[in-house]
Design a protein around this ligand. Structure first.
Ligand code: ATP
Length: 324
């Protein structure tokens, strides 16, 4: 941890903007439910260039304020359960600790510019939390280093540490214990989003109740070496053939329309198709950039407007945005 310099805060009224990416799970292997309700995971996270933005500024008085703009902003909670306000609270506690010699943070205004579909299996809320940690660390001159921010991120949610790190990483535990993985070529995706989200707890519940679900505490299956080899060599067909999501059957059981969408994407020539996380977003891997543009055009023709998105990964993790 580096020490903050007291008095080195941005000038009053200054704004700080940070961005953080969506993720796709190239592999999501799920073990048996633990006594604490969580499932042990072996997952391979892949960040894509679909960013949330958070803008923070100090308020002189009153409570914290939260504003959300963008698609589906009306379904984002505005109360203390919002991960951005939880990140602010966590950083206030951190600022009060002996290790951080910063001025006590006051109330803050947070603007979330949403681009990632809500409850879409793309970890939009986690991206918001990661961007808020970076932005408030700067606004309040806390001087917390990356390692400390990653530690705090793990207290906010299983996917938040990866939103800080970005690129590609294996996640174990609840997904918060990360090991970076090198990839040698960009991957070109078409994301088939859904106007209605899927609840992650509901998908895990469905997973637990399905025939063949793992017994309590069972370890998750390992990540396929072929997938890791595909990432290293940058072979989209090898990657596409080895995409695995143990939650896919549960997501399809809750939303049979998703199985039909995935089948249509396969028939349209994707190298691989996978439900992202707990769904409902379906990620379709294309052989290259031109192939992804063609696949997106083909799939958009049979879909409601705005639901087909192009994305490329790996993308960087949470970062401050320059002020112009
Ligand atoms: P999960 O991280 O639970 O797997 P997801 O990636 O499918 O979820 P998110 O968009 O992160 O989807 O939202 C999951 C839920 O988190 C939302 O339904 C909402 O109630 C809550 N939430 C809390 N903070 C936020 C936020 N800043 N943006 C979106 N949702 C939020």
């Amino acid at each position: 941890m580096t020490e903050a310099t007291p008095g080195a805060r941005p000038r009053p009224g200054a704004e700080v903007t940070a961005a953080a990416p969506a993720k796709i799970n190239l592999t999501l292997r799920v073990g048996g439910r633990r006594a604490d309700g969580f499932h042990p995971l072996n997952t391979l996270f892949h960040a894509v260039d679909l960013d949330e933005q958070i803008v923070v500024r100090d308020l002189t008085d009153g409570p914290d304020q939260l504003e959300v703009v963008g698609p589906q902003s009306d379904v984002v909670p505005l109360d203390g359960s919002n991960l951005v306000l939880r990140a602010a609270q966590l950083l206030r506690q951190e600022a009060a600790s002996a290790a951080v010699r910063a001025l006590p943070p006051g109330p803050v205004h947070c603007l979330i510019r949403k681009a990632i579909p809500v409850a879409g299996g793309l970890a939009g809320g986690s991206a918001d939390a990661a961007a808020a940690l970076i932005a408030l660390n700067q606004l309040w001159s806390l001087g917390l280093d990356h390692g400390r921010l990653v530690h705090l991120a793990g207290q906010l949610g299983s996917d938040v540490p990866f939103a800080l790190l970005g690129a590609n990483a294996v996640g174990t535990g609840r997904g918060e214990e990360l090991t970076a993985v090198t990839a040698n070529r960009p991957l070109h995706w078409v994301l088939l989003t859904s106007p209605v989200g899927l609840s992650t707890p509901a998908v895990f519940q469905q997973f637990d109740s399905q025939p063949g679900s793992p017994p309590p505490d069972a370890s998750p299956p390992r990540i396929s070496p072929a997938l890791l080899a595909g990432l290293r060599s940058g072979d989209p067909w090898l990657i596409g053939a080895n995409l695995v999501n143990d939650l896919e059957a549960a997501a399809f059981a809750l939303r049979p329309d998703l199985a039909r969408t995935a089948a249509a994407a396969r028939a349209a020539g994707a190298c691989g198709v996978i439900v992202s996380g707990s769904g409902p977003t379906i990620a379709c891997l294309a052989p290259d950039q031109a192939g992804a543009d063609a696949l997106a055009a083909k799939l958009a023709a049979g879909s409601a407007p705005g639901l087909v998105r192009r994305a490329t990964g790996p993308a960087p993790g949470a970062r401050l945005c320059p002020v112009y």
